[in-house]
Design a protein around this ligand. Sequence first.
Ligand code: ZLS
Ligand code: CA
Ligand code: ZN
Length: 379
Amino acid sequence: TLAHGTARKTKVAYYFDPNIATFHYASNHPMKPFRIRMTDALVKNYGLYKKMNVFRPTAATFDQMTEFHTDDYLNFLKRVSPEIYSTGVERLADRKFNFGDDCPPFDGIYDFSSLSAGGSIQGAERLASGECEIAVNWGGGLHHAKKTEASGFCYVNDIVLGILELLKSYERVLYVDVDVHHGDGVEEAFYTTDRVMTVSFHLFGHGFFPGTGHVLDVGVGKGKYYAVNVPLQYGIDDDTYHQVFRPIMKRVMEWYRPSAVVLQLGADSLAGDRLGMFNLSMRGHGKCVEYMKSFGVPMLMVGGGGYTIRNVARTWTYETARAVGVDLPMHLPYNEFLEYYGPEYLLDVPMSNIPNHNTQDHLEKLVAAITEHLRNLPF
Ligand code: ZLS
Ligand code: CA
Ligand code: ZN
């Protein structure tokens, strides 16, 4: 049973398609769409379905995806298959669209990408209609995809498409990215406009992918000061993360006053991630949801990275509950993937004790530099 707070429950729309688990990038590939299904099994068995409106997204149409991507690229995505790829027929096109080990062609690649995009676009539409206060699409969050190419496990940028949908109804949209990687595809798409502010927190330096997101990258033209980058070092923990997250997001909310928020919740910033090098707990990661929700602005929550899949499912379940406004018991409910959560079978993500390379001096200078950039916003 769920503990009930006194606070009013938030109206949440949750988008999930069970077919998402049938897509496989490649053997050995760290990106596992199956984690979305694991998350859903926990969400369902904790009883959260009863507290939300649950929707099965319909695939985004080719036309909807051309709002950002080129016809040329989408036609390639539609045609490409592992077989065509291995015969070498499409070799030149592969190079052109950045296919390779990170972004392999896989069976159903177009269907997977259009379902991911459909969830974010339909979530945005439902927010704009006022039928929900928060929309959730754990199948989205693919922030590296570019207009004409794949990048970093991402083929179609569901986030850009979701934001474009929100811009039809809202004057200013804020994008916040807590994935351990820089949200380069979303930043690039809106780098020259003041109608979208992008904020990314990420591990920066030492050749970490994608290598962009320097604190001095602030946008250009009308978009100058509407891109915010928060480059962090290895091993950041909950306390030091929120020492930068809170003051920065407070100023952004007060000075930019967005009419809608898109929150990318890449779970590779958690402790023990297979690719990430941060040290956030489930609660520390979830505080980003609580803090952004506290402003009471319509919000689209999307997934993203996350490569230790049991911890991804734990955290996204916890964050779904934060969105709704209910507390979950720590003992995991029975669900078809229970064996993944042993030996503890608890909701909490086990912590690690890696060193934190973020000095107080680095963090204070970072907040000060970003505050100075934000002072240039018109008020
Ligand atoms: O933000 O670091 C890179 C690029 C390379 C190194 C890896 N090789 C394969 C290609 C060239 C410089 N790529 C990163 C991409 C990270 C994307 C993060 C996505 C997101 O979380 C949003 C969803 C990277 N890091 C680790 C790997 N790639 C990687 C690890 C293991 C494997 C297996 C499959 C493929 C090849 C062997 C692969 C990639
Ligand atoms: Ca990020
Ligand atoms: Zn990532």
